[in-house]
Design a binder for this molecule. Sequence first.
Ligand code: TRP
Length: 443
Amino acid sequence: MEARSREGWGTRLGFILAAVGSAVGLGNMWRFPYITADRGGAAFVLLYIVMVFVVGVPIMLAEFGVGRRARLSPIGALRTVGGPRLAGLGYLYVATGFLILAYYSVIAGWTMRYTLEALLSGFTRSPSEYFEHTATGTGAVLYHIVFMAITISIVVGGVKRGIERASLVLMPVLFLLIIGLAIWAAFLAGSGAGYSFYLRTDPAKLLSPDTLSAAAGQAFFSLSLGMGAMLTYASYLSRDENLPASAATIAVSDFGVAFLAGLVVFPVIFAFGLSQEIGESALGALFISLPRAFIGMGAAGRIVGLVFFAALFVGALTSAISLLEVVTSSLIDNWRLDRGRAALGAGLVIMLIGLPCALNQDILGLFDQIAGEFLLVVGAFALALFVGWRMSDPLGEVRRGFASEGLLRGWLWIVRIVAPIILAVVIYQKGRATWELLRTTLF
Ligand code: TRP
């Protein structure tokens, strides 16, 4: 069927860094610390780790298996391994990609603006007014467009010369920045109070199904699961890659960056006595409280702030690349467009879909809830059922290069039973929350 030669990764490291680049993003540096502090501290971190390794990694492996077996982007891949009806799931993936990137790019635009601001003029005196003025309106539209243009320009370059090359440079930079920041934060006077706030243990909160679905949802978003990003990246892999080892490496790195981000954010906020503000809003924690703390630190704060927002921007960029690649590769495989046109066309449409998010924060929140919280878990649930119960010889694809037959059997049963049960609970929870938000926002 597919006779054309397919692009591929140049090196194993290139693939790993590109996939880690997809995973590490705003979800790690902005959502994770906030959710953890809000949901029970260290106890939540443990629950999150369980979710990542018991549900997330197995689902990632399922995506890898489908992608590498079919060597096609989601729509074609799911059609190849599962027949025409399953192609519908591929369409859902592509639609989810459009929606996520549309609002993700708006937030990424803010990080770009904050980075430039820190570099050129320092943070302004009243961060909350500044945020109001930055987050929505013409400025937000402008930065959203510039961010999409950068993303498009990398995806146009192709898998090896665009995505892989960018990841090989950007990811080490990001690791260095975040590790440097965490070490610096440890020496702040008052950092101890930040740590104990971040990791204070409140096991009572863990017992609600709400917290379970928060942990699972965060794991899926952070690992870029449920919409075919990992599937697409695996479709460019060679046959002898060890998939379980790759999935574990990606998950450990992703968790590491998320955890480190919390070790930066909370000491900084607490060192400046801004702790009362944390509860106000997730967005506020990052774009208002932190700049306020950076201003309080004078010249050093400007440098640290620059580094922090630059790290956020880099993380957002490599994630956006993977989102655009899902859509682009689908246009290439299914509609036979060349890469340049596919990336540009898809990017322009996403730019347009993102405009309402740049003009209205409620709409941005709605997009996040629908696509980033709800559709992802639906997509993962359907994939788990398919790979667990319908796909022919799922173990065959995942087994190559991997020795432990026992772990492989365990994997299959997780994909068959454990993941679908947990995901069903999460879908119920998120479905209700999404419906509520839809009602209150639209009517
Ligand atoms: N994982 C990224 C983050 O944490 C976001 C992201 C990129 C994503 N690609 C995705 C989320 C695919 C879901 C699906 O910021």
